[in-house]
Design a protein around this ligand. Sequence first.
Ligand code: ZN
Length: 138
Amino acid sequence: MRLFKSKDIHLSALNKGENLHEQLEGLAIELNLSGAWMNGIGASSSLTLGFYDPETKDYEWKEFNEPLEIVSLQGNLSVVDGKPFWHIHGTFGRRDLTTISGHVKSCTIGLSCEIAVMQIDINITRKYDEETGLNLLQ
Ligand code: ZN
């Protein structure tokens, strides 16, 4: 095993019942982050996932109220209108070991969630793009 240490990586453990986005927004404010990349693993008790339809330029949302493994969270932090904005995608595992995945709108932590936030020392922002209908990284 090789161990890498960095002053720019923050490890965080979220607790049962906490809201993923609320906790990460609070962390971004506390650490005064203007850009970051994150990944995580853990468990979820409820979840709203989205699929972005390029035709309608809108998300189709689906709620899941069941215990799920957080197999993989990936996301990034930008600053939009002076506030931290986390864009997160995730893959979640069911009891039968099948998975669901998508754009994470909301996630309530089940037993725990372990997250690494890699700080990026540049200001990352987003700007609306007419063609895609999305706020893209700038
Ligand atoms: Zn997305």
